[in-house]
Design a binder for this molecule. Structure first.
Ligand SMILES: NC(=O)c1ccc[n+]([C@@H]2O[C@H](COP(=O)([O-])OP(=O)(O)OC[C@H]3O[C@@H](n4cnc5c(N)ncnc54)[C@H](OP(=O)(O)O)[C@@H]3O)[C@@H](O)[C@H]2O)c1
Length: 293
């Protein structure tokens, strides 16, 4: 069993940067802000910045962009050198897909965030039953040309959706943000993305908490062996896979914990034991049928 270890101080985290196909670099760990109301999200993001997060994952659909914007303004991370030191993602509502509506929505979102640009703008769901990704992408490419978005991404795209987007626009997104955790590993989507230079970003990286006791105590046992929490064992597995992760927590202590992933490593056997937990246990929605209006 490994020696007990001291938690790292924020400045020692050294979160790795992942280089994307467009040349931009994204911190491998960010904070997710789904299901936090607009008022509540401001102190949550301020605290995350204080403990060392330099990557925030938001969306129009989370109805808290103004609150995220206040946190960035209050901490000075909305302008100048500090702005350059943080990665801010937001996403377009499915109901606002389409060229004209995306242009309007994006102006509104930047205003709420009090930012001149976002690091990444994403299509939130592919909505194949109401496909408008190709025409929406034209607006996205303009935002990038205007310098108001650095990286273009998608969420929840299956290979058939990535193929279709590529046929219509000649481009693949730099990132595909998908549900990915030990009991839902989506290996075919991951393999397709690797083959096409698309980085994988895992949402619900702990299955919203459900995977913390996955595998009949497997995660717990691995965590104990390293004197870390089950959350850290799972998040470390993602890090070792090269996946970008955006765990969500409103609690300061958990935020710290979820960033403290770089002072230990899983053994090959432990890593393989988490690989072996793969199963059909989706925690969220099916991209073939779901829309997040
Ligand atoms: N693109 C999409 O369609 C999509 C869909 C879903 C999510 N997302 C993004 O992904 C982010 C993360 O996903 P998620 O929020 O669904 O799930 P998650 O990060 O896997 O899990 C969050 C849950 O785990 C708890 N938790 C966090 N850290 C913990 C720790 N160290 N120990 C024990 N429990 C802990 C949190 O509770 P507390 O907050 O009470 O600590 C919360 O209930 C979202 O916030 C959002 O930004 C994107």
């Amino acid at each position: 069993m490994a020696e007990p270890r001291e938690p790292q101080k924020p400045q020692e985290h050294n979160v790795p940067m992942i280089t994307l196909s467009d040349g931009n670099r994204i911190p491998q760990v960010g904070l997710g802000v789904l299901r936090i109301d607009d008022e509540g999200v401001t102190p949550v993001v301020e605290n995350a910045i204080a403990v060392g997060y330099r990557h925030i994952d938001g969306a129009a659909g989370y109805n808290n962009e103004a609150g995220v914007g206040r946190a960035l303004a209050n901490t000075g991370y909305n302008t100048g050198d500090k702005r350059a030191d943080i990665w801010v993602t937001t996403k377009l509502r499915d109901s606002e897909q389409g060229y004209d509506s995306a242009r309007k929505a994006f102006d509104r979102q930047l205003g709420l965030l009090q930012l001149e640009y976002v690091d990444m703008y994403m299509l939130h769901w592919p909505t194949p039953f109401d496909w408008r990704s190709g025409e929406t992408w034209k607006a996205f490419a303009e935002f990038r040309a205007e310098g108001r978005v650095k990286t273009l991404g998608v969420c929840n795209f299956l290979p058939e959706h990535l193929d279709r987007l590529h046929e219509e626009t000649g481009e693949y997104p730099a990132i595909n943000q998908i549900e990915l955790h030990p009991t839902w590993q989506q290996r075919e989507v991951v393999a397709y993305c690797k083959e096409h230079g698309i980085a994988i970003e895992a949402y619900s990286p702990m299955a919203r908490g459900a995977d913390l006791n996955a595998g009949d105590g497997t995660i717990e046992r691995i965590a104990q062996a390293h004197h870390v929490s089950p959350a850290q064992a799972i998040l470390r597995w993602h890090i070792e896979n090269g996946t970008i992760i955006i765990p969500k927590s409103v609690h300061a202590q958990r935020q710290k914990e979820n960033l403290d992933l770089f002072g230990f490593a899983l053994t090959q056997e432990e890593h393989a034991a988490i690989d072996a937990l793969d199963g059909p246990t989706r925690a969220g929605h099916d991209p073939l049928t779901f829309t997040y209006a």
